[in-house]
Each structure stands twice: as structure tokens, then as C-alpha cells.
Write a protein that binds this ligand. Structure first.
Ligand code: SAH
Length: 449
């Protein structure tokens, strides 16, 4: 029944792209997924894998290339999944992202206008954060990345989408590790010490926090190493140690200790100053995040008498932007360290009408409901899995006139919009926070009917 066979060679035309940016060709309606293929291209392929419902093929030659193709010099950027759209012009990437959202809206049978994707100011070197694995290669600790869907380590020193100051710092740190004879983690044997180097750099402040993630509880000579790092990179104001003893793909463990300097870095967003600690979330593309926050504020049409909620508030970046425009704002966030930051950040910025609570949004909102807090506007900015059913239920009972939704996953955004009864969204604004990758950020407002 399956019209192709493994190792077969054939010529196909790319008819579609998956949300992961893979080309799709159909052979008698049987889909073949093809990497590094763009819409409209005609390609000679070699079938790699044949499954019941779909298969995978690899390009051997192009019969016809897309005008949207960009020549990729460093193929590792595609192979590792660091920049899966880097073979596409930036305009094509923006259209691809808008189309992703349009497809979801269409499939859901909804009547919502999807606006053109708001472009990013920077299309490379925009990330203020890096989480880079290290391994021993030729007896040296080296930075790199893993091949897509594999454990194969590819040594790399330039990561294209990270702040260049971070790329430079990574190499200095790797060199210091080698001077101190630090052995990189070996996942097969579950041996070795250093697993990842994590760096976060304040976009406006330039302050850097380095987190060294180790398998062992103690990093031998950790304080000396940390001092050496700070000496070599003057913008490093904090070196943290994170302990991750488990056999896992998860990068960070639960325990942090400070090896050098402060345990936070400082940065500015929309005119406020924030302290950010290691376990707290902080948007990775600062100018784009500022744009989306401002959009969210505009959509909220806030009044000085409004009571507002900011769910999934992190260190309070959105909360403190809301505060000057309203009577009160309540923020909730699951990571306690982030809530500690948020409280300090409110004080630091002389904001006295923002209240924060650590806990699950779906639980804390119920508590607020019992306390009689009646929001006029609710802001949400959940992780990829979207909103909890109980949370939506509670918001509906509270019946705010608007719900402003910032989303990093359009699939759960669309699902959640459908779950809200008596609310309607008319437009969705996609925003490009992650150029060269398939990620799409969106903002929308739901109005109470
Ligand atoms: N609005 C913030 C953070 C957005 S990221 C900003 O823009 O910086 C999403 C946040 O939701 C993360 O900080 C994460 O820790 C938090 N989170 C995840 N699950 C949660 C839950 N069930 N309840 C509350 N917060 C949660």
C-alpha cells in the first residue's frame, strides 16, 4: 500500500512545510518529510525511512531552488537545530510564522484575523542567554551542540543566534576549565564533571551571570575558577554553581550556590530595572519582549481604577509595566526565587500597588477569588503547555472584561481561546522573538461578550 520504498530515489516537489520547518512532498498522498527543503522546490531525494503513515527522505540534488533560499555556510546550524530556518530569507520566515498561526485558526474553524508577523530588530545574535553543553574532544573540554534528535556532540564555538559577547565568554570559560583540568561530562558513562555552561547577559546593562552545571555536588577549586572567570571577563558579576546529578536531558538541577559575586544580574525593560536570579525566567530577546509587552498593555486599555492580574509573571516584568496604569496588580508565579525577585523589583522601582504570590496560577487565582479580588483585566503568559482548565474556569467566574494572552505556542493558544466561553478574540498578532528558529510568539486580547 505504501507507494515508496526505503532507499528508493525519486524526484519530488515540496508542497508544504511542517511547523518544524521540514519540507513535505506527497507521493500518491503519502507524505515524505525532507530536511532543508523549501516550498515549491523540486528535489531529487533518497528515501531514508518508511513508516505506516509517513516517511523521511534526504535531498541529493536540487532540480529547482526556491527564490527564498539563503545559502547556509555552516551546515551545523541546521543539523543541530540551533537555527532550523536559516536556509530561508527573513521575509519568508515571517510569512512561515504567520502561516503557522493561520493554519491553526483555520483548522479550528475560527474567525480570527492573523496579522503579519512583527519582525525582530536583530535577526542574528539576539539571544541574551545561552545554555551550551560541553564534552571532551581530543582530551580538551569543548563547547558545542547536539545533532537533532541524537546524542551526537558537534563541537562549535559560534552559535549565530546568541549575543556575541556570550559566544566570546564561552570560549574564555572553556579555556579556563582546561587550565584547571576540569573534565567534561560523559553521558554514556555518567562520569566527568562539567555538563553545561549557562550564561545570561543583561541586554542594556551588559552584566553577565555564568552558571556552571556539574554532575558532582562540588566543583573542585570552584571559587578559584569563578574568580579567574570574573577576572578574565570583567562584565561577569556573578558565577553560580548548579548541581545536576541525574541521568537526564534536563539541563539544570535544583540546587544553586554562589561561587563569585552577586546571585543576580540587573537589566532594564520598558524603563524599569530588574534583578534576575539564576532559576528565574527572563525573556531571551529583550527588544522584542519589550515590543510584545507594550502591545499587551495597549490591547488591555487599562484605566487608573482597574484591578488587574498578571498570571505566570516571572520576575514581574509585565506586572511592573502594568502597575503605573492601574489601581492594583496581582502577580502569580510558580518559581519562588522569581517571586522573591519580583517583590524586590517592585521596591527597587518604587512601585507599591503590585502584590506577588508564589504558587500555581490555577490555585492562587482561586485564593484571590475567595478574598474577593475582582479583576477588570487578566494578563496571562503561560509556558508552552498553555493554561490549566481550572484556571480558565476561574477566570470565567471572575468575568474580567478583557483577557490579554501572550503565548509562546500557537497550538495551545488556539486551544485555550476555544475553551473560553463568552469571550471573543478578533485578531492575533504574531511576533518574531526567535529569528532563524520555528518558534512563534503571539499576543491577543479576548473581550467579554
Ligand atoms: N511573564 C514572564 C514569564 C513568562 S514565562 C516574563 O515575560 O518574563 C512563563 C512563566 O510561567 C515561567 O516563569 C514559569 O516558571 C511560570 N509557570 C509555569 N507553570 C506555572 C504555573 N502552573 N503557575 C504559575 N506559574 C507557572
Amino acid at each position: 500500500m505504501i507507494p515508496v520504498q526505503k532507499n528508493q530515489k525519486l524526484t519530488v516537489q515540496i508542497e508544504d512545510l511542517t511547523y518544524e520547518g521540514m519540507g513535505v512532498a506527497k507521493v500518491d498522498r503519502y507524505p515524505l518529510f525532507i530536511e532543508n527543503a523549501l516550498l515549491g522546490e523540486v528535489v531529487d531525494v533518497h528515501v531514508l525511512k518508511v513508516g505506516k503513515k509517513f516517511g523521511y527522505a534526504k535531498i541529493e540534488a536540487w532540480q529547482q531552488k526556491s527564490p527564498n533560499r539563503v545559502n547556509v555556510e555552516d551546515k551545523r546550524l541546521l543539523q543541530t537545530g540551533i537555527a532550523p530556518l536559516c536556509h530561508m530569507t527573513y521575509d519568508a520566515q515571517l510569512l512561515f510564522k504567520q502561516q503557522q498561526v493561520k493554519n491553526l485558526v483555520y483548522k479550528a474553524g475560527m474567525d480570527i484575523d492573523v496579522l503579519p508577523t512583527h519582525p525582530s530588530l536583530e535577526v542574528s545574535h539576539y539571544r541574551n542567554k545561552a545554555q551550551v553543553p560541553v564534552r571532551m574532544v581530543n582530551q580538551q573540554l569543548q563547547t558545542g551542540f547536539f545533532k537533532k534528535k541524537s546524542h551526537q556532540f558537534v563541537p562549535m564555538t559560534q552559535f549565530e543566534i546568541q549575543d556575541e559577547a556570550i559566544d566570546k565568554a564561552l570560549q574564555i570559560i572553556a579555556e579556563i576549565m582546561n587550565q584547571y583540568g576540569v573534565i567534561a561530562y560523559d553521558e554514556n558513562e555518567h562520569r566527568g564533571v562539567l555538563r553545561h555552561i549557562v550564561i545570561r547577559r543583561g541586554h542594556t546593562s551588559g552584566e553577565m551571570m555564568v552558571t556552571l552545571v556539574t554532575r558532582k555536588k562540588k566543583l573542585f577549586q570552584g571559587e578559584q575558577i569563578a574568580e579567574k572567570i570574573a577576572e578574565a571577563i570583567p562584565k561577569v558579576v556573578s558565577v553560580m554553581h548548579n548541581w545536576n546529578p541525574d541521568r537526564t536531558n534536563v539541563i539544570l538541577g535544583e540546587t544553586y550556590t554562589c561561587l563569585y559575586g552577586k546571585d543576580t544580574i540587573q537589566d532594564d525593560m520598558l524603563g524599569h530595572t530588574f534583578h534576575i536570579s539564576a532559576p528565574a525566567f527572563y525573556q531571551v530577546n529583550t527588544p522584542q519582549a519589550e515590543w510584545i509587552y507594550q502591545k499587551a498593555l495597549d490591547l488591555a486599555e487599562l484605566k487608573p481604577t482597574d484591578v488587574t492580574l498578571d498570571a505566570y509573571c516571572g520576575i514581574g516584568t509585565i506586572t511592573l509595566s502594568i502597575a503605573p496604569h492601574v489601581k492594583e496588580v496581582y502577580g502569580v508565579e510558580i518559581v519562588e526565587a522569581a517571586i522573591d525577585d519580583a517583590k524586590k523589583n517592585a521596591q527597587l522601582n518604587h512601585i507599591h500597588n503590585a502584590y506577588f504570590e508564589a504558587g500555581k496560577a490555577e490555585e492562587v487565582i482561586k485564593k484571590w477569588q475567595k478574598q474577593g479580588i475582582q479583576p477588570d483585566v487578566v494578563f496571562v503568559d503561560p509556558p508552552r503547555k498553555g493554561l490549566d482548565e481550572q484556571f480558565i474556569q476561574c477566570v470565567q467566574e471572575l468575568a474580567p472584561s478583557r483577557v490579554v494572552y501572550i503565548s509562546c505556542n500557537p497550538a495551545t493558544l488556539i486551544r485555550d481561546i476555544q475553551r473560553f466561553n463568552n469571550y471573543k478574540a478578533t485578531t492575533i498578532q504574531p511576533v518574531d522573538m526567535f529569528p532563524q528558529t520555528t518558534h512563534v510568539e503571539c499576543v491577543t486580547v479576548l473581550h467579554h461578550l
